[in-house]
Design a protein around this ligand. Structure first.
Ligand code: GAR
Length: 192
């Protein structure tokens, strides 16, 4: 078995990135994390990845003439790492069609809702405002439509009395860290 080479895109804290890095330490895991790319130089996740001995890079979209040039440069960085699979892990930019098509079928994202419910931002607050009795997270393929690609795995959590966006988000995050490595395992195995 050849382990699939994975590049992770982040914008911030990187806790899902850390979950993928931890899972990939198992000798029988079918993927290895070879690089972490952030669109924010100050993303705390970059420090964590570098401490793990993983290649890191940051590219600010504002420094580029256009979104296409920014995303073409991201692809160049990912290709320099010889990436097979791209994992979005809290990458908070909408990606253009060219970039999405370049990696289609090999790029996945984690989203903090039970898609197709609550695409976009502030998912926990919106679920609470609706009086939802359950909430959760989804790992899905990335397609040009925002949060619209085919789901790979979902996990559900109950909404509890007195929940705040923070308490609900913390409950969902535990499940994110469980299903993201599992979904990456499924994709990497299917590409063998
Ligand atoms: C996670 O909850 C992830 O699901 C969410 O951002 C957080 C990033 O946290 N992603 C999105 O909302 C994407 N639309 P992390 O940096 O600690 O993984």
């Amino acid at each position: 078995m050849s382990r699939k080479r994975v590049g992770i895109l982040i914008s911030g804290r990187g806790s899902n990135m850390s979950a993928l890095i931890a899972a990939a330490k198992a000798p029988d895991y079918p993927a290895e994390i070879v690089g972490v790319l952030s669109n924010r130089a100050a993303a705390p996740g970059l420090v964590i990845a570098a401490a793990e001995g993983i290649a890191t890079a940051s590219l600010a979209q504002s420094k580029f003439f256009s979104r296409d040039m920014f995303e073409d440069t991201m692809t160049l960085v990912l290709e320099s790492w010889e990436v097979d699979i791209v994992c979005l892990a809290g990458f908070m930019r909408i990606l253009g069609e060219d970039f999405v098509h370049r990696w289609e079928g090999r790029m996945i994202n984690i989203h903090p809702s039970l898609l197709p419910l609550y695409k976009g931002l502030d998912t926990h607050a919106r679920a609470l405002a609706d009086g939802a009795s359950e909430h959760g997270c989804t790992v899905h393929f990335v397609t040009p439509g925002l949060d619209e690609g085919e789901p790979i795995l979902q996990a559900r959590v109950p909404v509890l009395p007195g929940d705040t966006p923070e308490s609900l988000s913390a409950r969902v995050l535990i499940e994110e860290h469980r299903i993201y490595p599992e979904a990456l395992r499924l994709l990497a195995t299917s590409l063998q």
